[in-house]
Design a protein around this ligand. Structure first.
Ligand SMILES: [Zn+2]
Length: 105
């Protein structure tokens, strides 16, 4: 069975800040909301005024990165996921890759 992987599994998420806010309650915090530019997963960080992380949560609209995606002992190794990523991208544009090779000759 081929390894199903996402680029973020291998490369890590590509976070970009989408919103920030500062709460002014008993304990003032900064709320930073980020979105991964690849998988569109969301991360929500809260830290105090000194930058100490208080809370972090993730929200993925799909099941790609959910905990428990693989059954115990079935998670592919990082090497297997790297190879799966390379194969996935190698197969995406065979015509374009062929064209590049032809132009290079
Ligand atoms: Zn991601």
């Amino acid at each position: 069975m081929p390894v199903e992987t996402d680029d973020c599994d291998v490369l890590g998420h590509q976070w970009d800040i989408i919103n920030m806010a500062r709460t002014r309650r008993a304990v003032s915090t900064h709320q930073v909301h980020l979105r991964c530019m690849r998988c569109l997963g969301l991360r929500h960080d809260s830290f105090d005024i000194n930058g100490k992380l208080i809370a972090r949560s993730y929200d993925y609209s799909d099941s790609t990165h959910e905990t428990g995606r693989w059954k115990r002992g079935e998670k592919p190794s990082m090497a297997e996921m790297r190879i799966a990523m390379v194969r996935k991208h190698s197969c995406k544009k065979p015509a374009a890759a062929k064209q590049r090779r032809l132009k290079a000759v």
